[in-house]
Design a protein around this ligand. Sequence first.
Ligand code: H79
Length: 453
Amino acid sequence: MMVLLTVAGALTLASAADSFSPAKPKLATRDDEPIRRWRANRFGLFIHWGLYAVAGGEWRGKEIPSAAEWLQSSGKIPAAEYASLARQFNPTHYDPAAWARMAREMGVRYVTITTKHHEGFCLWDSEFTDFDIVATPHGRDLLGPLVKALTAEGVDVHFYYSILDWHHPDYRSAILTDDDRLAYDRYFEFMKNQLRELLTRYPQVRALWFDGQWDSSYCENPEYARRLEEFLREIKPGIIMNNRIGAGLIGNIDHDATGRPFGDYNAGFERLLPHAGSVPLYDWEAGMTLPENQWGYRKVWSGHVKTAPELARMLIQCASQGGNFMVNFGPKPDGTFRDEEQAVARGLGQWMKQNSEAICGTRGSTLGKPRWGFVTERVAKEGSRTLYLHVLSKPAGKEIRLPLTLAQVRNCRLLSAPNRPWPFRADGEQRVVIGLPDKLDPIATVIAVELNQ
Ligand code: H79
């Protein structure tokens, strides 16, 4: 695959405002239509759903600490015993149309759902295992109706698939003997079969999100990753994959030893955002949980639970640094979302309704990070540029100062009142001053500054 060097817009703005710093050039592994769409989406919803939702972080009446979806491992539960959860998985209130509506109203442009997490249980009726939705009282495919509903709402579908599998008898965490090798080779074929099944049965799927690649069986034998990548690109040209298809602990490694990138983008930001100095030069995506570290449903949450404004500001930060952001929900076993998640969906949706223009389809700021908030920018086809000033806090003087000449600014508008122009003035040669409304939005007040090119 070719590595392209795309310089993110020539820096035509003078550096008069000391709080701005220039952007770095961007490296892209791909720049075709599918990755542009992936990038433009910017905001996604991660959904972790599986048998762990039935247990809700408890086993035989006891709370098992650590992440709820890790229950089988953390609770040291034998696979056969854990599998009995399948007989209790009956999401009687599962309403894919409601899920899809929630996603659209929340402002996300894609949903990434766990088709199979580390536990090995499959949310679809797989030809290659009986450990799937058919073994539950629900008894029928959960994915198909969701894919259909999301597509009808205009929300893209991405599939999460765990390479690690705590149920499959041929899975090995290490390859120590010839028998291990044979078993792992069989497991590898099983994975390929399942992924082919998913991509052909649900042709709407645009991206695959791999995880659980850290066991030595897989990550010390990178030829598996290479073969898998080639196999999938052959089945579905254009498919997008995260770099966890390759080696690396949690996806923070972009390349193999020869410098060849794994997958199409960096998915190493798990429950964290890049620091100013560590923004990847490749496409990237961060995933965030509401509580500290719970992806699947846990009945009792402890510690700080993030609010919609906190998550929205993380989304803004990611967008300003040129990355995607996914918020994670772990639905209840009955197929509904807990109150905290519904509140977050509503809060984000409210802000996105007015401000999605400043997130989706934008790129990171070539201006860097000002003290009062973040900047994103949109480049129109004809080359004209709009800066979006996400104002999180009022600067001293209560005005925004930009390193621009008056002639460079065509107009300004507040996204919360888009039908009337917002005033701006010059303050010397290289400085445009924009006032702020009295009351800022509790998430961010966004001012669009359209530039003359
Ligand atoms: O699906 C969610 C998590 O369950 C999964 N990825 C997100 C999206 C995930 N869980 N843990 N990790 C990712 C990070 C891996 C941590 C590890 Fe380890 C540290 C793997 C190897 C060392 C802890 C110790 C877990 C296994 C051994």
